[in-house]
Design a protein around this ligand. Structure first.
Ligand SMILES: Cc1ncc(COP(=O)(O)O)c(C=O)c1O
Length: 471
């Protein structure tokens, strides 16, 4: 039998290979969520960290039936790089459900939406090129932009999504410096991680800016179908090309099956202006030749098996209820100075704590209490987000959400008490502040105004009677 070799020092290991690494590895960042996955699979950990949909709701009998229906030889074979026709047709129908008219031959099937972000970045970005993203942005996109050595400039969001006036100022500043962003990355619906949705007015203006300046917008829309409150808003893609024959010049659209069917199938897609499609396909070929044919046959059989929308409606009802559970738990367990967003759909709430609490450090304490969240810094390329955290409410049972938030509330309260003791600054985030009718203004990050904009998202609507301190 083979003896297990003792583990070697990772520092020495790295030293040995140091001369081999490409320069770009110096700017590569790990994905906070992927790192956390290793810890959060432990059954005793309540994870509010992942972006996981609740796949236990998928009918196991249907799952088996779909597997049995798959044509074995074809499902085990390579497929076309742009994806199987049945899947591209299914994607056309999903996009039609969000009022977008596209042809199947404009669609590239990708290995999850993540690969779509990667392919666009790989195709458009040279080292030092500017990508504009929201602040905060999808934590999984940050390592991708960094890996291709993009210069990521982040524009604050408030409860109406990306601040377009700030975007315009930034674009003017870049003009002055002779720089032109390669693309603007946005998640207009129930944004990951902030849970906020871009207003119609801002959507219109963003599309106008794209046209006026001939700028590419990468619209990432994994959550658009998961609206459980409020009115549906048009996608940027549908504003750019409202009719079936209209040309879409500036919006690259990406979607995914991950949140409406399964992330395990790793099937996402890209729809791009035609001149970009060929290059994107070349990028895909060099990455993986084609997305899993096995998974694509599963997706194709699923869409052929009947109407897919009732399942999405079921997910919406479930997430709606869990959203209410987490909002109630936050109001009950977090100190008065904390703020959070109130999503009308999707999977995430963004919580901002007082400035003396760093959420990356807090995570270590949280893990000791067997609860996990994503620290805010993961959603920034520039080190901001230190006092914020992303909480997911779609993949935990109601009682786990309550218990997870209770545990987070407990460690936050400990930090507040410690701060009060050390500074003699009674009630900054503790009981005195809790009793105050209006919570005190939130502290600003050291880098001033920009962060203040994120902390103090204006309130939106009523919370249906529940006590709330929405950011
Ligand atoms: C905004 C956003 N984009 C892309 C993805 C990637 O999704 P997937 O690769 O599972 O399709 C996610 C996943 O959570 C996301 O939230």
């Amino acid at each position: 039998m083979n003896e297990r070799r003792p583990p070697r020092s990772s520092a020495r290991e790295l030293e040995r290979y140091a001369g081999l690494f490409a320069a770009r590895t110096r700017v590569m960042r790990s994905s906070a969520m992927r790192d956390l996955m290793a810890i959060t699979v432990r059954p005793e950990v309540i994870s509010l960290a992942g972006g996981l949909p609740d796949t236990s709701t998928f009918d196991p009998a249907l799952f088996k039936e779909l597997l049995c229906r798959m044509p074995s030889a074809a499902a085990l074979q390579y497929g076309p790089s742009e994806g199987l026709p049945g899947v591209r047709d299914a994607i056309v129908s999903v996009m039609a459900a969000e009022n977008m008219a596209v042809d199947a031959d404009e669609v590239i099937v990708t290995t999850g939406g993540q690969q779509a972000i990667d392919l666009v970045t790989k195709t458009l970005i040279d080292p030092g090129d500017v990508v504009i993203a929201e602040a905060p942005t999808y934590p999984g996109a940050v390592p991708t932009f960094c890996a291709y050595e993009a210069d990521v400039i982040q524009i604050d969001v408030d409860s109406d999504g990306m601040k377009i006036d700030e975007l315009e100022e930034t674009l003017a500043g870049l003009d002055g410096a002779g720089r032109r962003p390669k693309f603007i990355y946005t998640i207009p619906n129930f944004q990951n991680p902030a849970g906020v949705t871009m207003s119609l007015e801002r959507r219109r203006r963003l599309v106008e800016i794209a046209r006026e300046r001939e700028l590419i917008v990468l619209e990432d829309n994994p959550y658009g179908m998961l609206r459980y409150e409020g009115e549906e808003l048009p996608t940027l893609r549908s504003l750019e090309a409202p009719g079936p024959t209209d040309e879409n010049d500036f919006v690259i659209y990406t979607g995914t099956m991950s949140k409406i069917l399964s992330p395990g199938v790793r099937v996402g897609w890209l729809v791009a202006p035609r001149p970009l499609l060929a290059k994107l396909i070349l990028g895909k070929q060099s990455t993986d030749l084609c997305s899993s044919t096995l998974a694509q046959h599963f997706v194709s059989e699923y869409f052929a098996s009947g109407d897919w929308r009732p399942y999405v409606a079921e997910l919406c009802d479930l997430y709606h209820r869990r959203r209410d559970v987490i909002l109630d738990a936050l109001a009950e367990h977090l100190p008065a100075a904390a703020r959070w967003t109130r999503p009308q759909g999707g999977l995430f709430v963004w919580v901002t704590l007082p400035e003396f609490i760093g959420t990356t450090d807090l995570l270590a304490r949280a893990l000791a209490e067997n609860v996990a969240f994503v620290p805010g810094e993961a959603a920034y390329a520039d080190g901001r987000g230190r006092h914020s955290m992303r909480l997911n409410f779609s993949s935990s049972a109601d009682e786990d959400i309550r218990e997870g938030v209770r545990r987070i509330g407990k460690i936050v309260a400990e930090q507040v008490a410690l701060y009060d003791t050390l500074t003699g600054h009674r009630g900054r985030g503790g009981d005195d502040a809790r009793k105050a009718a209006e919570p005190p203004p939130l502290p600003q990050e050291p880098d001033g105004e920009r962060m203040a904009n994120i902390l103090q998202l204006p309130r939106r609507g009523s919370s249906g009677g529940r006590r709330s301190r929405e950011a």
